[in-house]
Design a protein around this ligand. Structure first.
Ligand SMILES: [Zn+2]
Ligand SMILES: [Zn+2]
Length: 255
């Protein structure tokens, strides 16, 4: 069995056909999925799906690439996260790749999310792209270790991974790890302790090999598990068990 620790079922590519997407997910033995919120305007829809489906869980947060959204306060996030189906705060973090202007607003938004995670005692889903130093600095300054969380869609260096592990974070690999040009990332995989490893799709984006270029969906997290099994010389079943157990421990989910 498997879990998809990060996807976006409320995005247009998947939302119109979510029943079929979830059917295919269940047929692939993917037993639980975390549906991640990226804008406050989207949260009601994310929560409604989680309430309707026992195997779908929600987060609340505003993505660092979202330039125009309602800007949540700490209280807004804590209040939204009080629902038992909301497992985490995020996705939040820093992305210096897509936006090049001064990004003080991104850093401030990230701090608000970390404060909310500490207050609500729920872990963080962190997105970090082209901003490794600032991500770690702000996590430390805001004492994010109190909340813990996951570095989602991990693409950074082993050094960055070790710093994140030191803060108590988990490392989640997406379909990127299956790409032929991802050799550097693939070399990081065997160094992550087994009890901190997660898998995800980040669907509808980043479909793994052999589905590259298609609309990604949670069923295909199994391809990520296959790649990790190969890179760690373990069985796919073992990777499935391990990452499922880690998901449930981090996010406080029952089987
Ligand atoms: Zn992300
Ligand atoms: Zn995402």
């Amino acid at each position: 069995m498997f879990v998809d620790s990060h996807c976006h079922l409320s995005f247009a590519e998947l939302a119109g056909d979510v029943g079929a997407v979830l059917d295919r997910m269940r047929q692939a033995q993917v037993t639980q999925v975390l549906n991640v919120c990226v804008r406050m305007e989207e949260f009601a829809q994310v929560l409604a799906l989680a309430r309707a489906q026992a195997d779908v869980f929600a987060t609340v947060g505003v993505h660092p690439d979202t330039e125009h959204s309602i800007e949540p306060s700490v209280d807004d996030l804590v209040c939204a996260a009080s629902d038992p189906k909301v497992l985490a705060i995020g996705e939040t973090g820093l992305d210096y790749y897509r936006l090049a202007e001064p990004l003080e607003w991104q850093r401030e938004r990230f701090r608000v999310h970390i404060r909310a995670a500490r207050e609500s005692r729920k872990p963080l889903v962190v997105h970090s792209r082209a901003a490794p130093e600032d991500t770690l600095r702000i996590l430390r300054e805001e004492r994010a270790a109190d909340a813990g969380g996951v570095m989602h869609c991990f693409t950074e260096s082993l050094e960055f991974a070790r710093s994140a592990l030191d803060l108590g974070f988990y490392i989640s690999f997406s379909g990127i790890v299956t790409f032929r040009n991802a050799l550097t990332l693939q070399q990081v995989v065997p160094h992550i302790p087994g009890d901190r490893l997660l898998i995800e799709t980040d669907a509808p984006y980043l479909a793994p090999v052999p589905y590259r270029g298609k609309v990604n969906e949670p069923a295909w997290v199994v391809q990520v598990a296959h790649k990790l099994a190969e890179l760690r010389s373990e069985s796919v079943e073992a990777i499935g068990r391990l990452t499922t157990g880690n998901f449930r421990r981090l996010f406080g989910v029952q089987a």
